[in-house]
Design a binder for this molecule. Structure first.
Ligand code: ADP
Ligand code: ADP
Length: 237
């Protein structure tokens, strides 16, 4: 499980992006993070995987405080966090399978990876995941030959290939049409339940968040202004 405790971030510019943000996310729970531009949503996601250094507070991932980790430990800990991006971040010239396998090694060491051979178990797992996300028929296609929805399915399979303990998902449907967006949200939520993964989704579309997530956290000016079931969300949150 994930436990964010009194997380605060003040940028060097003096911008107070987060103030005492606290919440726990249980295994299998999907949290939709909403709020206007500048509310602190991306800062929060980035503080959790420490792409941004928190000013104070704790981020406990299954009892490891990520805020305290040194470089080597942090690199290992980041492999426990699966990231899914708005623009998919696929390598266009590589196949679906190769993109999924890249999740195994993390993004930094990715280019070195193709000089090594992947263990059969990783490949078998990638096939299983691609089957789960509905891409069995497209394993050997190049990423640039896929539709938007298919690309996001690759992004999901890639995040899962590294056996994450947490999913951080940034605007997963922002580039997709409404129907595909619903399919992708449904898939993410089903997978989180099956694999008992906690997930935080930075989601612009409040209607989608209400329809698919288990819980909504509303941020405004760096503070939590709503935390509860989607049904409890009102216009003035
Ligand atoms: P952006 O400025 O990033 O485009 P918006 O201001 O359009 O974001 O907000 C996106 C949606 O979230 C809107 O439908 C808005 O009503 C809703 N919203 C904005 N602030 C909050 C908040 N603090 N808590 C809950 N919902 C919010
Ligand atoms: P959101 O994702 O909800 O739009 P952000 O986390 O991007 O919000 O921004 C929260 C606040 O922090 C805003 O006031 C923004 O201007 C500020 N901010 C974000 N990134 C930086 C940065 N790199 N340096 C200084 N201020 C920043």
């Amino acid at each position: 499980m994930l436990s964010v405790q009194k997380l605060t971030k003040t940028y060097k510019t003096g911008d107070k992006a987060l103030t005492d943000v606290s919440f726990d996310v249980a295994k299998g729970q999907v949290v939709g993070l909403i709020g206007p531009s500048g509310a602190g949503k991306s800062t929060l996601i980035r503080c959790i995987n420490r792409l941004v250094e928190p000013s104070s507070g704790k981020v406990l991932l299954n009892d490891t405080d990520l805020v305290k980790l040194g470089t080597g430990d942090l690199r290992r800990a980041r492999r426990r966090i699966g990231m899914i991006f708005q623009e998919y971040a696929l390598v266009e010239r590589l196949t679906v399978m190769e993109n999924v396998l890249s999740g195994r090694l993390g993004y930094v060491s990715f280019w070195r990876s193709f000089t090594r051979k992947f263990p059969g178990a990783d490949i078998a797992k990638a096939y299983r995941l691609l089957d789960r996300v509905g891409l069995s028929a497209h394993v050997d296609k190049r990423a640039d030959a896929l539709s938007g929805g298919q690309r996001q399915r690759v992004g999901i399979a890639r995040a899962l290939e590294q056996d994450p303990e947490l999913l951080l998902i940034d605007e997963p449907t922002a580039s997709l049409d409404p129907k595909t967006s619903r399919q992708i949200m449904r898939l993410i939520v089903e997978i989180c339940r099956e694999q008992e993964l906690p997930a935080i989704i930075n989601i612009h579309d409040v209607v989608l968040a209400q329809q698919f997530t288990d819980r909504i956290i509303g941020l405004q000016a760096g503070k939590v202004v709503f935390d509860g079931p989607p049904s409890g969300l009102t216009e003035d949150v």
